[in-house]
Ligand binder design. Structure first.
Ligand code: FAD
Length: 531
């Protein structure tokens, strides 16, 4: 979707106010907000589902419904992976309907001043064996190659060093772990957490490829915060870091996610390493200036015009011999008839559009809670002044901040001298803030982002040319305590051999690329049924 035109009423007001002030009083006028505005997601299209959905005459609408052997609803990672799966199986007429103008869902990209930047998802760690479909695809598109029996990443696509840094007590530090406080024994607590993570039950990505054990069940019943309390892991710096990790991956704090999710964060990937015990070399991470929109392009390109943007799926009805889908396209309505339909939509949307949803879908949707997020893209005309400590990294986080830091779109560039760039700042919001995200006035949100970053970068305000904000009302599923209660329902929705199948990261109860991609592949694994 194109960037919104500058909505600069507030800036004008501030300038007029400044002009009216006597000179002596002008010294304290805050610098005006730069240009900016909201860009996607198109919530007003999605909210069509809140109104009455036309059902009468659904099947009679339009003389001849459009036909497809396989129809995928939603062009996020899961939907694109499902469509790829059918296409690889030889289904030529697989089509995808997507609400937004562009494919990608939460992994779409943006550009400001000719610089590509993410709108949401921005990295993919090099996947491990249980995510074998992802590994196979990364080989297919050349991001991995076989070397001495191992998968080796193409370094041109890996995050350049330095990868991460933390703003702590007036200086930048390497990595995201706060420096240990000798007075409170932080280092000893870091070591104890490392040992606890090593002793925890097995975790995997995708998460359903590890069987639940009694130990997983116990961890699932309690919050990560209460589990940490019970372990005596109370050091303030350690707890800030763990809270940050939960908000970053799950959109919610450590007292809202389960201990199973908290430990999964480390156990499914890189483990937890106390300072001095770090992995060598660090876990490879793929990233691009536009974030995971790079991966979206690689998935969507082969599907070409079979991805239909601007289609709001309103109704899905399974009938004898086929599935009918009603979609809004602008003011018009379209009817599609397909042999097999993959509903690659968030579960709460899937439950809303499917007539007579199965009990498993109703249960899984009711058991899923979503975190809202705000993403702010800040276009800078020149690099920010260097501050004490380690140099600029790709991911830059401030200790104690309510936000989750920012990534620098030009970090991956090979230019010899730093210049204009785009910083993408992330905030996981409280669920109570979701309604406020819909406010048309973007300025208070932009002010909030700039204020959060000001202590770290006092010159930010002078450098920012434009602020483009993305609101994600239902950004990601939160793996809250008690997720086990809906595990059977979510498992029942996976894969599928029937005419109506499901695919979305929500099936895992949390949201990352590998989960979405795998869910899509599984939905297309069984042959599609003829129409
Ligand atoms: C801010 C943010 C940052 C993230 N960062 C990362 C990251 O760095 N790495 C990572 O691995 N993951 C990250 N994630 C998680 C990300 O959600 C997943 O990686 C992945 O993109 C989820 O894909 P999906 O297909 O399951 O879901 P979605 O992206 O939700 O796709 C669903 C699609 O359905 C469409 N849709 C919804 N309703 C309708 C309708 N009625 N009709 C038609 N279409 C409809 C949507 O527009 C969307 O395109 C991030 C998420 C957010 C929000």
């Amino acid at each position: 979707m194109a960037a919104a035109a500058p909505v600069n009423g507030r800036r004008r007001t501030l300038l007029q106010a400044a002009a009216a002030l006597p000179l002596a009083a002008c010294t304290k006028v805050p610098p005006p907000l730069p240009a900016g505005g909201w860009i996607g997601a198109a919530h007003e299209r999605g909210h069509r589902l809140r109104g009455a959905i036309p059902v009468e005459g659904f099947d009679a609408r339009g003389a001849a419904p459009r036909r497809a052997s396989a129809l995928v609803l939603g062009a996020g990672i899961a939907g694109l992976a499902a469509a790829r799966g059918f296409a690889r199986a030889g289904v030529d007429d697989v089509h995808v309907l997507e609400l937004e103008d562009e494919p990608g869902g939460n992994s779409r990209g943006h550009a400001m001043g000719g610089i590509a930047c993410p709108r949401g998802a921005h990295y993919l760690p090099q996947p491990q064996e249980p995510a074998h479909e992802v590994i196979e695809w990364l080989h297919e598109i050349g991001l991995l190659r076989h070397e001495a029996g191992r998968s080796v990443a193409d370094e041109r696509h890996l995050c350049h060093a330095p990868q991460e840094r933390l703003w702590f007590e007036g200086a930048w530090h390497d990595g995201l772990l706060p420096p240990a406080d000798p007075a409170s024994g932080t280092q000893a607590q870091y070591r104890r957490l490392a040992a606890a993570v090593a002793a925890a039950p097995r975790f995997a990505i995708p998460s359903h490829r590890v069987a639940w054990t009694a130990a997983h069940e116990t961890l699932d019943r309690q919050s990560f915060a209460s589990w940490l309390d019970a372990q005596g892991l109370s050091d303030a710096r350690l707890r800030w870091y763990l809270d940050y990790a939960c908000r970053d991956d799950y959109g919610a704090a450590s007292d809202e996610v389960s201990a199973r999710a908290g430990l999964h964060y480390f156990g499914s990937r890189h483990g937890f390493h106390a300072p001095g015990q770090e992995q060598e070399p660090p876990e490879p991470v793929f990233t691009w200036p536009e974030g995971n929109a790079h991966l979206v392009r690689r998935l969507a390109q082969p599907l070409a015009e079979r991805v239909h943007g601007g289609r709001v799926v309103l109704r899905v009805r399974e009938e004898r011999g086929g599935v009918l889908v009603l979609a809004g396209h602008g003011d018009a309505l379209e009817v599609w008839r397909a042999g097999t339909v993959v509903i690659a939509l968030p579960l709460f949307v899937a439950a809303r559009v499917l007539e007579s949803p199965p009990q498993a879908l109703v249960q899984a949707a009711a058991g899923t809670t979503y975190a809202p997020w705000l993403v702010a893209n800040l276009q800078l005309d020149a690099p920010l002044r260097a501050r004490p400590g380690v140099p600029a990294a790709w991911d830059n986080v401030a200790f104690g901040s309510r936000m989750l830091g920012y990534v620098d779109a030009m970090h991956q560039s090979l230019r010899p001298v730093p210049g204009p760039t785009v910083l993408t700042a992330y905030a996981a919001l409280a669920r109570s803030e979701r309604a406020a995200l819909l406010a048309p006035d973007w300025a208070p949100w932009a002010e909030r982002v700039l204020a959060e970053l000001a202590p770290v970068h006092p010159d930010l305000r002078e450098r920012v040319q434009r602020v483009d904000l993305v609101r994600w009302g239902h950004a990601m599923a939160i793996p809250r305590p008690g997720l086990r209660a809906t595990a059977a329902a979510r498992a029942a929705l996976r894969g599928g051999r029937g005419r109506v199948r499901f695919a979305h990261a929500d099936l895992a109860g949390y949201s990352i690329f590998e989960e979405a991609f795998t869910a899509g592949c599984e939905a297309a694994a069984a042959p599609c049924r003829c129409g």
